[in-house]
Design a protein around this ligand. Structure first.
Ligand SMILES: [Zn+2]
Length: 139
């Protein structure tokens, strides 16, 4: 069972970066979701939703960030990495996070109550889960 905690200041720094990516996606008329992958305190992958522009239903922020990170470190496993996502990941992205062996998932939530609604997700992801209440809401 993963440990669940609220985000520390360092987590917030990466989540703000993910939120910037979400805003960028919104400006391109994409679904406003951003994701950042961090290893040893450094950002190794950034992603935002590009499904509409790419004509690709799999181009979610998390998938794009995972692809970038995996290419950078030349490894399909992202062990000892964390992913910061501005929204609860969908089933496809949960699967990808699991396949990549990402150890920590940090996500912004629409409301803290969503933690309970996302219990199925929490049981799927490994080790650690940190949460924050959403800082920014798409208009
Ligand atoms: Zn997704």
């Amino acid at each position: 069972m993963p440990t669940i905690s609220f985000m520390a200041d360092e987590d917030l720094k990466f989540m703000r970066l993910a939120l910037e990516l979400a805003k960028k996606a919104e400006l391109k008329d994409e679904v406003p979701v951003g994701a950042v992958i961090v290893q040893d305190g450094e950002v190794i992958g950034r992603g935002m939703n590009t499904s509409i522009g790419d004509h690709d239903p799999t181009s979610h922020a998390e998938i794009n960030a995972i692809r970038e990170a995996a290419k950078l470190i030349k490894n399909y496993r992202l062990k000892d990495c964390s992913i910061y996502v501005t929204l609860e990941p969908c089933a496809m992205c949960v699967g990808a996070i699991q396949h990549a062996r990402i150890g920590k998932l940090s996500m912004a939530l629409r409301t803290p109550r969503r933690v309970l609604a996302e219990a199925w997700l929490i049981s799927l992801v490994s080790k650690k889960l940190t949460i924050m209440q959403k800082l920014w809401v798409a208009s």
